[in-house]
Design a protein around this ligand. Structure first.
Ligand SMILES: Cc1cc2nc3c(=O)[nH]c(=O)nc-3n(C[C@H](O)[C@H](O)[C@H](O)COP(=O)(O)OP(=O)(O)OC[C@H]3O[C@@H](n4cnc5c(N)ncnc54)[C@H](O)[C@@H]3O)c2cc1C
Length: 458
């Protein structure tokens, strides 16, 4: 008899696995290394955008979508470099996951129809009011605390896993250094990636190593170390989500919807330097290469009002990060860029928005409307949010060994596992963080409980 059926290391997206397992009658222990994880981990810091392809919310909004359409978007964005079994499994479970989060966990989800993230063919990200991950995590955590079959041990760090017959022996370290061992039928590594580990970032992601890290401080790569000791295979370790819209003043995210609704990014010379709609993740390294590794998102009152749906954006406004001016000249003076350059950029964008030109000099075609006074600008920095590569898993989130066989009883999700963003930074689609975090945890729990085919370790 094991102490618990499922040990979950990491109370971010891993909580979806804990709740799903408990729903299936499993005894679950969740450990998290961070006392402040409800504010500090990546799920808490996120914008809470969760893709669900073919959800009832989409149907109600008259949006035709399917797992096949989503999978095609993933393949296009990653140029076919995403792990196919994982991408298919997540595309297929995404709508079920979103509806389960609403119906069984109690998340107040809605479809974000006003958001068009680069790479998604149709609106398919679902979110919570305020669009902040701390709200998402608070609901998950509260549901876990209420469930009789779930115990939470925080702060407590998983340091090692040892296969032990049909079970897994987990070594846990308490603050102060005491250790204890717990036996579990299965273990889910939901400890996120290695973004907070500067040495690993320099090694795998040199192009973004100098950027600001804006993710959970406990994302130190523990799953890589624990999994490697078990002989696990890793892949796509050069994959990451960057963002070119971290407010330099407020250190909160300036939503990329500022761009997708028609804004643009200029450098210290007041000039644009690429097609911002290629994606916010890949644009981080583009911004990092600009003078001073900084820039200004320029937009207007219409876009400002649309962006206030995001708590992070409102925080930037309250912190005084967003400048307002009645003319291009005044805005240029406020942000210390040459007025002539800024005027020229506004004119080119307006020409594309007004249909006088079909694209700008960088090939950008999408400018929703010409920017109109009063104008806005916010200074932004490039940031690394989280890493996307990790332990290779199968379609049940089982961790695979070097020879491709499942390692009995060991699962991984979220940043701990290989994601669906392929290689590098350009494969990241909005939602590629939370879907593997919540979705692989959900799939792992079902498999560990013997619900999906297999469950042979039990
Ligand atoms: C600003 C921002 C916005 C984002 N917006 C989105 C979005 O809208 N949509 C999207 O899909 N993705 C988004 N992401 C990415 C997304 O947040 C992450 O990909 C996802 O939350 C990762 O979930 P996780 O469960 O793997 O990690 P986390 O949520 O970080 O949870 C990991 C937990 O493990 C704990 N831990 C670490 N090591 C150990 C250990 N050894 N033992 C025990 N506990 C341990 C940590 O303390 C942490 O609480 C965003 C990220 C950021 C930074």
């Amino acid at each position: 008899m094991t102490d618990v059926d499922l040990l979950v290391a990491g109370a971010g997206g891993g909580l979806a696995g804990a709740l799903r397992a408990a729903e299936l009658g499993q005894r679950v222990l969740v450990v998290d290394a961070d006392r402040h994880h409800l504010r500090g981990n990546n799920t808490a810091m996120s914008t809470a955008m969760i893709p669900g392809a073919g959800s009832r919310y989409q149907r109600a909004a008259g949006i035709d979508d399917s797992p096949a359409c989503f999978l095609a978007d993933i393949e296009r964005k990653t140029r076919g470099t995403a792990e196919p079994a994982v991408a298919r499994a997540l595309a297929e479970v995404s709508a079920e996951l979103v509806e389960w989060l609403a119906d069984h966990v109690g998340l107040p989800l809605e479809l974000a129809t006003d958001v068009h993230y680069p790479g998604h063919a149709v609106p398919r990200v679902h979110t919570v009011p305020g669009r902040h991950g701390s709200r998402l995590l608070a609901v998950l955590s509260e549901a876990a605390r209420r469930h009789d079959l779930v115990d939470l041990l925080v702060p407590c760090r998983l340091t090692d896993l040892h296969p032990d017959g049909d079970a897994i022996r987990a070594v846990l370290r308490h603050p102060g250094g005491d250790t204890e061992e717990v036996t579990a039928g299965a273990a889910l590594l939901a400890t996120n990636g290695y973004g907070a580990n500067a040495e690993l970032v320099r090694h795998h992601l040199p192009e973004i190593a100098a950027a600001t890290y804006h993710g959970g401080e406990h994302s130190t790569g523990d799953a890589l170390r624990i999994g490697s000791a078990l002989g696990a295979r890793t892949a796509c370790l050069d994959a990451y989500q960057g963002h070119a819209g971290l407010s330099a003043t407020a250190r909160t995210l300036v939503t990329w919807t500022t761009i997708m609704h028609g804004g643009f990014l200029v450098n210290r010379d007041g000039r644009r330097f690429g097609d911002e709609t290629s994606g916010y993740s890949e644009y981080a390294s583009v911004l990092a290469a600009q003078p001073g590794a900084t820039g200004w998102i320029v937009f207007d009152l219409r876009i400002h009002e649309l962006s206030t749906a995001f708590v992070d954006y409102k925080d930037a406004v309250e912190a005084g990060a967003v400048h307002t001016a009645d003319t291009a000249e005044d805005l240029a003076a406020a942000i210390s860029v040459p007025a002539g350059a800024l005027r020229a950029e506004l004119a080119e964008a307006a020409a594309v928005a007004g249909g006088e030109r079909d694209r700008d000099r960088f090939g950008r075609t999408g400018f929703e409307a010409a920017l109109a006074p009063p104008l806005r600008a916010v200074r932004v920095l490039p940031a690394l949010f989280h890493t996307q590569g990790g332990l290779v898993v199968d379609d049940h989130a089982r961790v695979l060994s070097q020879d491709g066989e499942p390692i009995t009883g060991v699962y991984a999700s979220g940043g701990a596992a290989v994601g669906i963003s392929g290689r590098g930074t350009s494969g990241y689609l909005g939602g590629n963080g939370l879907l593997p975090a919540l979705g692989l945890a959900y799939l792992a729990a079902a498999h560990a409980a013997g619900l999906s085919d297999g469950g042979e370790h039990r």
